[in-house]
Design a protein around this ligand. Structure first.
Ligand code: ZN
Ligand code: MN
Length: 486
């Protein structure tokens, strides 16, 4: 049997650390990488007698996230205690939201470029919608460190705002899971609600997966995967787990509901706990916190919605005339998009600028491992360079050379072209070259005149040689065409 005879059902739970100044229930700084246990107080340490005060910024950012994904925001939400016992949770309960979360419904749309590069050609279901169940707000726990014979715990993270985004089981493959997380993260970055870096734990993902033979109506028990520390690890973990479940089914084993841990180095999942060990969280409303009326916050946030990725893509096509693909590549990365807009804003040829960014600039950046934020070629200088090419002042070979100089050493393209090396070619001189080439190459000239377009390149090449590469090949082609075809 092959895997095409199996149905794969995947749902994701994603925890996202919100970018707020203070923690969820106290005034301690919500920051990453500080001295351990330096951002703590009686509230986030769970000391007796301390009381929580809600962070409105966190509520606003969660509502903003919900609006960006088209969620419904109920008029009222409330806070519940989720009870469990673990060393990294000072109060022995987590303040979370049970039956009245901040956001319901909504969806994440999977754009083609969100899929892994090697899978983009196989996309069948373009712009597939993955429905969201809910988004709620809760607090994060402390972080444990395990040493040889002791453990340490850092409460800086305890009580910081954490958003939980739960999807419906609409995801049908590891590649779709990858695209879901990539799209989700992109929108979170657009909204500036989180830096959402999985490697820093700012975005953490639990995956539920169930595999069953096509034709079987009931789902097989689901397996929850943990310890997935990057978007590509989610894909790898799922590829393994799908195959493992298929093999188990084919061997006649009964699948059980369990939580499995992904070992990225070994490339396998192993059992962490089975259903018998499942928690009973005994949720109940937090008596220390009032319900939240959301209507006014929603109205206010609605007025300040950021441009969304699909809106940016559409605008680039409409305003700058770039292709849908180019628009998607440029909008994929916010700093890159900002650079493009900076250069293209008043440019005569935004399409030409997009080409330079996507080819020469990105190649130079990646070869030197430079992020676009530190790009040594200011956006305005790239625009000047493209203008010089468009005006026929330099040809594209010279432009590449000047680009290289500006990238390596800095400088201004408008100044660099003053170098005698880039002196404009005399048009009369070029015309002389053209006449000479036509006279000395009667056969290709006749062929071209008779309609053979290929001969033009040969003639152009000869003229370029005579001009020592200085002539503008496009102009040379135009003049030859005029002379031979009239
Ligand atoms: Zn605190
Ligand atoms: Mn949670």
């Amino acid at each position: 049997m092959t895997s095409t005879e199996y149905l794969v059902t995947i749902g994701l739970e994603v925890h996202v650390q919100l970018k707020t100044r203070s923690k969820m229930w106290c005034g301690c700084a919500n920051s990453y990488g500080d001295v351990p246990n330096s951002n703590t107080c009686p509230v986030c340490l769970g000391l007796p007698g301390s009381l929580p005060v809600m962070n409105e910024e966190a509520v606003r950012k969660t509502i903003l996230t919900g609006l960006m994904f088209g969620c419904n925001i109920p008029g009222q939400c409330k806070w519940d205690r989720k009870n469990y016992f673990y060393a990294d949770m000072p109060k022995n309960y987590q303040i979370s939201q049970y039956d009245l979360p901040l956001c319901l419904d909504g969806a994440v749309i999977l754009h083609d470029l969100a899929y892994p590069k090697d899978a983009q050609k196989d996309i069948v279901d373009h712009d597939k919608k993955i429905r969201l169940t809910r988004i709620h707000l809760e607090e994060d726990v402390a972080k444990s460190f395990h040493y040889e014979s002791t453990s340490g715990i850092d409460f800086n993270r305890a009580g910081s705002p954490l958003m939980e985004i739960v999807s419906e089981p609409d995801i049908g493959s590891p590649e779709e899971a990858f695209a879901y997380l990539t799209s989700l993260r992109q929108t979170l970055l657009y909204g500036d609600v989180s830096d959402a870096d999985m490697e820093k734990g700012q975005m953490r993902c639990d995956v539920n997966i169930s595999v069953r033979p096509a034709g079987q109506k009931d789902y097989n028990p689901k397996v929850e995967l943990k310890n997935l520390n990057s978007i590509s690890a989610v894909r790898r973990g799922l590829v393994f787990e799908i195959q493992r479940q298929i093999e188990a089914i084919e061997d006649g084993e009964t699948l059980r509901q369990e939580t499995r841990r992904w070992d990225d180095a070994a490339g396998i999942t192993t059992t962490m706990r089975t259903k018998e060990m499942a928690h009973d969280y005994r949720y109940f409303p937090d008596p220390d916190l009032l319900p939240v009326h959301t209507v006014e916050i929603v109205e206010d946030v609605q007025e300040h919605l950021p441009e969304l990725p699909h809106e940016k893509r559409d605008r680039y096509v409409k305003d700058y005339g770039v292709t849908a693909y180019d628009a998607a590549v440029l909008a994929n990365d916010l700093p890159l998009a900002a650079y493009f807009e900076d250069a293209a804003q008043d440019a005569k040829n935004p399409k030409g600028i997009a080409n330079w960014i996507m080819n020469d600039l990105q190649a130079a950046l990646s070869a030197s491992a430079t992020p676009i934020e530190n790009c040594p070629v200011p956006a305005g200088k790239l625009k000047d360079l493209v203008d010089l090419v468009d005006a026929g002042r330099i040809n594209s070979k010279q432009a590449k050379e000047i680009f290289g100089i500006v990238f390596e050493k800095g400088g201004d393209p408008k100044e660099i072209v003053k170098d005698p090396k880039y002196a404009p070619v005399d048009e009369g001189e070029v015309e002389g070259f053209i006449d000479k080439v036509i006279a000395e190459n009667p056969k290709p000239a006749e062929d071209y005149a008779a309609g053979n377009d290929k001969s033009l390149n040969f003639l152009k090449g000869q003229v370029m040689k005579l001009s020592r590469g200085k002539a503008n090949p496009r102009k040379v082609g135009e003049i030859i065409a005029q002379k031979l075809r009239g």
